[in-house]
Write a protein that binds this ligand. Sequence first.
Ligand code: RIB
Length: 310
Amino acid sequence: MTGVVVVIGSMNQDVVCEVAKLPGPGETVLAAGSRTNPGGKGANQAVAAAKAGGCVEFVGRVGRDSAAAALRDSLGAAGVKTAGLQEVPGVRTGRAYITVAGGENQIVVDPGANFVWACGVESAESELLGSADVVVAQLEIPRSVVTRAAELARRFVLNAAPAAQLDDELLRRCDPLVVNEYELAAISGAPTGSRAQAAQAARVLCLRGAPSVVVTLGAAGSVLARSTPDSVEITYQAAPQVDSVDSTGAGDAYVGALSAALADGADLPAAVAFATAAASLSVRSPGTHAAYPTRAQIDAALAAVPAAHN
Ligand code: RIB
């Protein structure tokens, strides 16, 4: 792939506990074990895009600490360029506390440096963003930074996670907006419990101005909604059935692979199929960066991705 993807987003040190069952409110459970992983939705998506064959630059903020050094190394090992990664003195690198039970997870993020952009998007960063084929952002960094990235981007992909309200101006720049069913419900205000409801809620966001919306539904695949001059076209993409060991960061594998494919000139349905193959491979082993597939692995898995249908 030759297209350039710039990911602007978060970088976290993930502290992961494996439990038999996710704890409920007020409940204490014992972990079978714990580990520390590189993470953050931005860093994960950058690594996923690079492993999927993209030429990737990362723009973000970390503290001046050992976690930042390990994260920088993890991006570098995947081939992600980090000239746009700045250290903020006196602030800790972001940290995420993740509980994993089988294929399910719960995540709490302490954003730390991810939210410290004293000068906003700086001029060298603006140049990177403006020259990329695809710019990708998430919502673990300040909204003002996301908005500026969207204004500068030639093509903007927003993974609206964690969920937050989006104004119509930002929605108009998302091609696509990528959300899971919970984020879609929070943003659209519509029910998303079934695939048909998710399609209807995505249609609502297209009617508000989004050129395209992708809803990721885990093992149930994804829904693609695209605005046309006189309607909204809906496509369903099923996913291959796999045994999920750890779904943490599977959405990031999807967004990264999707962005790499778009930067390489794929159309949105083809990029969705490519991303579906990548995400289905990523859940087969624990963690994030190490679990993300290479371009060759994704290409091989594409044969098992069912054809999309309306
Ligand atoms: O999407 C998974 C990621 O969410 C984790 O790596 C964690 O850091 C949080 O950002």
